[in-house]
Design a binder for this molecule. Structure first.
Ligand SMILES: [Zn+2]
Length: 248
């Protein structure tokens, strides 16, 4: 069987048969793909502890007839902090679920791999809530659905002050055009500006933004609903803001 090397992050895993695991890997070189780790659930498996959810690894895969097979694994970063508490676990699960739903199989998307890795790093080391919002805005943009928030998506007029956000039109709508989408929801000026910032900002710049708890909930809610609209799917992972006990 021909083999190939790749760098990847485990975004989903499930049991298969008696002792195997099936993994969904988001790889740097080939995008999303599924692979089988044979015998991974046996206590003495050479994969033991190396294929946890969110682990970043270097893998040697062998092409199979239906599914590729994991043949060797080196852990780059176990991201153990992501599995250590509920808030981080919830945030990382959200990011993994969105990545899985937003990407097709075997289409190289190195930019998404890069923001996925940065998003998980941020969840592990800093502010999980902010990391989730940043990741949502980034993957929307990289998928071609970056929300337009500095002007009306219909007429292009600059929008200042509180307005409305249309999921179907992909951004802010001015008072005159709000009727174009009866489902448009109210959005505060702060939330719209924050979404614009999250869309453009690098991960390193995120400490420059500070949002109150209520504003975070609004921004997360808007991004989440917009993602669900674009993905045509309900997201299973619960909102992250509700899981964070630390008030801001
Ligand atoms: Zn307008």
């Amino acid at each position: 069987m021909p083999v190939y090397k790749t760098e990847a992050i485990v975004i989903r895993r499930a049991n298969l048969g008696e002792a195997d695991r099936i993994l969904t890997l988001f790889t740097r070189e080939y995008g999303k793909l599924a692979a089988v780790a044979k015998g991974a659930r046996k206590p003495r498996s050479r994969f033991a502890g190396r294929l946890e959810l969110f682990t970043q690894l270097r893998a040697l895969l062998a092409r199979g007839r239906t599914l590729d097979v994991v043949s060797q694994v080196d852990v780059i970063d176990p991201f153990a902090a992501l599995r250590a508490d509920l808030a981080r676990m919830g945030a990382a699960s959200f990011v993994a679920e969105v990545t899985d739903k937003a990407t097709p199989d075997r289409e190289a998307q190195p930019a998404i791999y890069s923001v996925l890795r940065q998003g998980l790093r941020m969840i592990a080391a800093s502010d999980p809530g902010m990391a989730v919002m940043w990741y949502a805005a980034q993957i929307l943009s990289l998928s071609g659905y970056g929300p337009v928030v500095d002007r009306c998506v219909v007429c292009g007029k600059m929008v200042a002050g509180p307005g409305a956000f249309s999921f179907s039109l992909g951004g802010s709508v001015c008072g005159a055009d709000r009727g174009r989408d009866p489902e448009a929801v109210p959005a505060s000026a702060v939330a719209l500006a924050a979404i614009g910032f999250l869309r453009e900002a690098s991960a390193a710049a995120l400490s420059r933004i500070s949002l109150q708890r209520r504003q975070r909930a609004e921004v997360e809610g808007l991004l989440r609903r917009y993602l669900e609209y674009r993905l045509e799917a309900k997201l299973r992972s619960p909102p992250v803001i509700e899981r964070l006990s630390r008030p801001t």
